[in-house]
Unconditional design. Structure first.
Length: 263
């Protein structure tokens, strides 16, 4: 396990699966200045170690309560903007990862905490937790990607309702509207997340990266452009050693052993 400071830990779970754990349970894992810097370092370290899969979770009873408002209250405007830029940089590093990222929502995810979860590819939540973009309750708006990512996940109307009201929703409702992919009992959350991570890490890394590119870039394009992009990606995949291994494994009725890497 690697500690970037006492607030953030990076642990290898084997098979190129890594877990980042926010470790400020006394502050509900709020994103202070030091925490944000350590989070960026952890993502960079996972990337350097050729992660195929990254889990992100919190310690204690929260995933992340968002920006540390106690710290921010003491900041001047320039310091507030720098703090927000740091949060954005950390969240965008997660969003830009070429490997698969999963937010493991062990407890409440509010404000910047939910924005961080939205930057992940997938979200698994414990039953009975609360999620929300609550910035309107303190006279602000989601400034770390939430105003853009939430509508892309749940649609404009539901996103507006959540952001304008600032009211949190339950994990069960979040699953219903597509905000989280799966809800499990709290005592089963880690086992389920780890099993899911091992499954996805067993897939071809170049194929996973291609799927992410096609979905995230293609959804912003007209359909015809997206289809052209899909065709353009095919030669590299169909000509890869991983695809040859996949076909051989299928014929031989055995699990494939993919070795492709993403630069």
């Amino acid at each position: 396990m690697t500690s970037f400071n006492k607030d953030v830990f990076l642990e290898s779970l084997g098979d190129n699966v890594f877990e980042i754990r926010l470790n400020r349970p006394e502050r509900m894992n709020a994103l202070g200045v030091a925490t944000v810097a350590a989070l960026q370092q952890a993502v960079a370290d996972a990337t350097a170690k050729r992660a195929r899969m990254l889990l992100l979770r919190g310690s204690g009873r929260a995933f992340c309560a968002g920006a540390d408002l106690k710290e921010r209250k003491e900041m001047n405007l320039d310091e507030k903007m720098a703090h927000n830029a740091g949060i954005n940089d950390a969240i965008n590093a997660i969003a830009g990862a070429k490997f698969v990222t999963v937010a493991v929502l062990n407890g409440l995810a509010m404000g910047g905490g939910l924005e961080m979860a939205l930057a992940c590819d997938l979200r698994i939540a414990a039953a009975g937790i609360s999620l929300g973009l609550t910035e309107s309750r303190v006279g602000a708006f989601p400034g770390a990607g939430g105003s853009q990512r939430l509508p892309r996940v749940v649609g404009r109307s539901r996103a507006l309702q959540m952001m304008l009201s600032g009211e949190p929703v339950t994990s069960e409702y979040a699953e219903k509207i597509g905000l989280v992919n799966e809800v499990v009992a709290p005592e089963e959350l880690d086992a389920r997340a780890h099993a899911f991570a091992k499954l996805l890490a067993s897939r071809s890394a170049p194929a996973m990266a291609a799927i992410k590119r096609l979905v995230y870039q293609g959804i912003e394009m007209p359909l015809a452009d997206g289809l052209r992009m899909e065709r353009a990606e095919l030669p590299a995949i169909l000509g890869s050693s991983d695809y040859a291994e996949g076909l051989a494994a299928f014929e031989e009725r055995r699990p494939p052993k993919f070795t492709g890497v993403v630069e």
